[in-house]
Design a protein around this ligand. Sequence first.
Ligand SMILES: C[S@@+](CC[C@H](N)C(=O)[O-])C[C@H]1O[C@@H](n2cnc3c(N)ncnc32)[C@H](O)[C@@H]1O
Length: 273
Amino acid sequence: MPLTYQEFKAAVSELCGTNLFLYKSQQMDRRIHSLMTFWGIDNYDDYLKLLQTDSQRYQEFVKKLTIYVSEFFRNPDRFYELWERIMPELLKESKKVKIWSAGCSNGAEPYSFALILQELKASSRAEILATDLDQVVLEKARQGAYLRNEVRNLPPELLAKYFQEHDGYYLLNQRIKAQVVFKKHDLLSDPFPQNLDMISCRNVVIYFTEEAKNKLYYQFNQALRLGGYFLAGGTEPLLYYRQLGFENVAPSFYKKVGAPDPDWVPHGGVFND
Ligand SMILES: C[S@@+](CC[C@H](N)C(=O)[O-])C[C@H]1O[C@@H](n2cnc3c(N)ncnc32)[C@H](O)[C@@H]1O
């Protein structure tokens, strides 16, 4: 029996670790089918096989389809760096560590911060704000239910300690969920919170123009306190970090060492208006 579209969608949800049925279906279905046509595929079995076996095509698919895929401890080494070095430093410097996960998607990123803080016994000394443009992913984030793929990078002891397995989902402990405040926020138009100790904005800017990216990084610098950190995506180094007032202290970690260079004219012109 050939795969139906619904079966295909369910299998792909499993593959990406995100329930595609929770998303606006018209838009989603259009994207899925436009790639199918583009790649010259005429049945869902072949489509699924391709996505399962060709990692480049899979990446293209995820990019085209979703801008919301996320998982706990994405690029795990960055989270261990945070756990062992950056977070303890921030906890030493600030009475209340203010963290912003910008473009938080399903919440796996800000909850990863919350887990680290809990393990450091410092939950009461931190505030985690998590924002996204998309109300649907924010609702999913508040629910705190994850598929296996989304928790696969977590150290097994954290998975055992803070999650309960139920019907194929990993349900996050209520106490950890309560650590994070979720809000709708558009990075391209809404005002930014200020005086933060750490901002993470990972895997969000891929569709942004160079101008929009630089403007964003400029605003992130302004939103951080001196000595605060910006955490970038695994494949999104800040090319102009010096001009933006940052020092690159570890892969993906940028420490604010000053204001952006006022003489720097980034690609796309001046935007400090
Ligand atoms: C791929 S997810 C990244 C999730 C998480 N940061 C991570 O790295 O795993 C990108 C998220 O950015 C959000 N996003 C895209 N454009 C945005 C904007 N202009 N303002 C706020 N969020 C935005 C999307 O809704 C999506 O949930």
